[in-house]
Design a protein around this ligand. Structure first.
Ligand SMILES: Nc1ncnc2c1ncn2[C@@H]1O[C@H](COP(=O)(O)OP(=O)(O)OP(=O)(O)O)[C@@H](O)[C@H]1O
Ligand SMILES: [Mg+2]
Length: 245
């Protein structure tokens, strides 16, 4: 595994709006993520969190506004090319190749990034070892418990040491103990790779526990930004999100 490629990178959205026909999924949102930072992205169901991550990773073109990587506009850059430039993600739903082994799933992500099969295999094994799944390397991905699938998704994103990693609800369905492990893992991802991390998460203990900053969306709009403590005490957030359920 390579250490962090560089520090001082930024991934920004400036005045981003996304409209789907009549629906405004994201409404004039600004954010700037820097290397080494964990940013929590929260909000009720349908708030626009995944759409914002789609925009930041090239999967969704903004209707208005700009996406910038290290100050350069990347609005037109396709997800695969943005990935090669260091912007990686995981998906809300697993998306592993179920008929392939765990290590092959990580390997193909490396080959897709331009690694040789041999180099990808070596790096995939190191990553699996590091996330504690080396003993499952040759198991079919379809046979993995859901929570391990999520960690393989993180290994797939980490191959070739991205500068930014955007995690869409990695703790969904995890027990408290598994959440503790995941929190440790995300912090290690930041520490070891020096990545900037966006963490979309409904589990407040997880997201408040490891994020330096929190960005709260509601109906596509930013309703609060700040330190976890500030955000937790913000009446608009309590009203929109924390108070629900
Ligand atoms: N491709 C699309 N076409 C039309 N509407 C969409 C599309 N993608 C998302 N939406 C709508 O945009 C809004 C924001 O959705 P999004 O998936 O970004 O929310 P979210 O905050 O990730 O929600 P959740 O917590 O449920 O994952 C929702 O109303 C959703 O139905
Ligand atoms: Mg979502």
């Amino acid at each position: 595994m390579q250490p962090a490629k560089d520090s001082g990178s930024t991934l920004e959205v400036v005045g981003v709006t996304v409209r789907f026909q009549g629906l405004t999924a994201i409404d004039s949102v600004d954010e700037a993520l820097v290397s080494g930072e964990i940013l929590g992205l929260i909000g009720p169901n349908g708030a626009g969190k995944t759409t914002l991550v789609n925009v930041m990773t090239g999967f969704q073109a903004p209707t208005e506004g700009r996406v910038k990587l290290d100050g350069e506009s990347v609005n037109e850059v396709k997800p695969h090319d943005l990935r090669r430039r260091g912007v990686a993600r995981t998906f809300q739903a697993g998306r592993l190749f179920r008929e392939m082994s765990v290590v092959e799933n990580v390997e193909v992500a490396g080959v897709g990034m331009g690694l040789t099969r041999i180099a990808a295999h070596k790096e995939a094994m190191e990553l699996l070892d590091w996330i504690g799944l080396a003993d499952r390397a040759n198991v079919l991905a379809g046979a993995l418990p859901y929570t391990d699938e999520r960690r393989v998704g993180i290994a797939r994103a980490l191959i070739q040491s991205p500068k930014f990693i955007l995690l869409d609800e990695p703790a969904a369905g995890m027990s408290d103990l598994e959440c503790d492990d995941l929190m440790g893992l995300v912090q290690q991802v930041r520490d070891r790779f020096g990545c900037g991390v966006v963490l979309i998460e409904h589990n407040m203990r997880v997201v408040m526990g490891i994020s330096e900053r929190i960005h709260v969306l509601d109906s596509g709009k930013t309703i609060a930004r700040g330190k976890p403590q500030e955000v937790q005490n913000n009446p608009a957030v309590i009203e929109a999100y924390l108070g629900k359920g």
